[in-house]
Design a protein around this ligand. Sequence first.
Ligand code: KIV
Ligand code: ZN
Length: 517
Amino acid sequence: MPEEKVMIFDTTLRDGEQSAGIGLTTPEKMEIAKQLDRLGVDIIEAGFAASSPGDFDAVQRIASEVRRPIIASLARCYIPDVEQAWRAIEGAARPRVHVFISSSDVQIMHQLRRNPEQVLEMAVASVERAKSYCDDVEFSPMDATRTDIEYLYTMLEAVIEAGANTVNIADTVGYTVPAEFYERIRLIRENVPNIGRAVTSVHCHNDLGMSVANSLAAITAGARQVEGCINGLGERAGNAALEEIIMAIETRPDLFGVSTNIDTRQIYRTSRLVSDITGFPVQPNKAIVGANAFRHASGIHQDGVLKERSTFEIMDPRSVGWPSNELVLGKLSGRAGLRSRLDELGYSLDQAELAEAFEAFKDLADKKREVSDADLVALMSSRRRRVDVPAVYTLDHVQVTAGNHDIPTATVRLIGPDGDSMTDAGTGTGPVDAVYKAINRIVQVPNTLTEFRIDAVTQGIDAIGDVTIRIESEGVAYIGRGSDTDIIVASARAYMNALNRLISAGNGHTGTTDPSP
Ligand code: KIV
Ligand code: ZN
């Protein structure tokens, strides 16, 4: 393994959370941060502390509880922003303040409405202020790929002089292409006199579908930090997908000559967790983590792989932690068997958690008889949802009648905030609609259902159905997920999950508000 390292900077909780339609609670952010820690990322950008009290709290909690990686908070080049960022991360074992300002003419003129000299002064003053609090300061010229290169040299030299230890060349609008970006990074490294005193980092957006390729080109030109998000989340078309960059580096050491500190076996689990929590599905043909990424459909390919894996597989699915779809447990399996399988999948549970998981497992095994790794992952996701989202209302009972000559009718019983049980009924255009109408009669929180999706966790008629929905209230989107072998129950759970998020929104929910960079 090459000795020279590339630092992996994860911004799923900041740029990723800026994806339209994502709004995470603090416990959900904590869950992702802990998994990023297990994955081995070097830096977690935990949020943009000055953007909302919810973001501030989440950054502060992550800073105090996740101790191995560097924890960064983003700040605009305004002193109050820098102060807020520092206050949020000062309890971290390894804090980093990340300041940014636009550097391209179009942004300086139209977005900032300043002149280049003023912007340079703001950049230097903010880096100096950040440095007065924190040894580790990162500076990003925003829209750097559309910035006059001489101005960029001047700005980078000035901020490094002011104390920036990392300079992050941002392709904010996903405008560049690999050959051009390689050249820009090479020129920066050649022409900024003090560049050797800072790590060169890159941050690429995916508007032209080239963010991963651009990031890799930059590594070849000497960048030693890459920023990105799990599953390629992020503003608009997203950021570079970290799992793709990591596996490209891992698979082609002959080309890149660098390595990372990542435990690649945690990739699949991280991707699942992020998709599960954000409600953003992973497309089946997505590299590394898509459902088809290691599936061979053509006979020639299957034959080749059976004879010699390397004929058509450049990576071993186990190296990125893909769970086998084989039958692992059944109705007669005991607690020890479940614990050991969950351990292998990376879930370490205490006694009480195991007891709860065992009960759910038995329930599932009764319905399904054969329980695969993928089922266990789905089971653990349901458990996590119950822990992460305050259960203001819980679903106690749901029953529907439907058919081609019946009016779909549902009866639901919910347990309310004070533990009281409430029952109501509704009719609708279909059974799910009827269930949602019945729930609405009890909960009475106006909202609009904007998305409804159902996926099967495994193949077969008895597969667990995984429902993802999105509801909107007062311009804010809330996602909900639920799973069960009965898709009506899964749909009811997903709705309860979304409603509980909406109801507890005042409580640390960050929604999809927009003070975004
Ligand atoms: O895309 C961008 O320019 C950013 C910066 C804040 C690094 O997200
Ligand atoms: Zn960005």
